[in-house]
Design a protein around this ligand. Structure first.
Ligand SMILES: [Zn+2]
Length: 153
């Protein structure tokens, strides 16, 4: 349960993070939708949502999202005995439920594979070659005699 003071403080905090969100609206929003939550959970989710650049309005908090699972990090009965996510900087999240990984996935609408598939690599290579030949043609047209400094195979 959030009391009125807590609601006003959280609204002020969110307003400080997102000056475009009027404090009064935040108070109304929190009273209406999150007054029954645990203050720590609501605070964490609110800050998470406020700091994510994909967030348009605080109403995003009403959806199920990584902002709510971020609040669960300390709730495990034996918080020291879970496997940590192996990704750099994710050590405070459990391996099977990593909020940081999900946040990163949200940032990339389509997760980019670390290694391009062979077909994609070929397309990339052909595209780069096309761009290089265009530049070369431009230079020739301009009469520039810059030395080619490409290491082509
Ligand atoms: Zn992770």
């Amino acid at each position: 349960m959030l009391n009125e003071t807590q609601i006003h403080r959280l609204a002020a905090a969110a307003h400080a993070l997102r000056p475009g969100w009027p404090e009064k609206s935040l108070v109304t929003f929190l009273e209406r939708h999150h007054a029954n939550g645990a203050v720590r959970d609501v605070a964490i989710a609110l800050v998470w949502v406020a700091l994510d650049e994909k967030t348009v309005t605080p109403k995003r908090m009403n959806e199920a999202g990584p902002w709510w699972s971020a609040t669960g990090a300390g709730d495990s009965p034996s918080p020291l005995h879970f496997d940590r996510c192996p990704e750099p900087g994710h050590a405070s999240f459990p391996a099977n439920n990593c909020s940081a990984c999900r946040a990163e996935q949200l940032e990339n609408d389509q997760p980019v594979p670390t290694t391009a598939r062979p077909e994609q690599a070929e397309i990339n290579r052909a595209g780069a070659e096309l761009a290089r030949s265009q530049i070369r043609r431009q230079r020739e047209a301009l009469g520039e005699d810059q030395p080619e400094q490409e290491n082509e195979r």
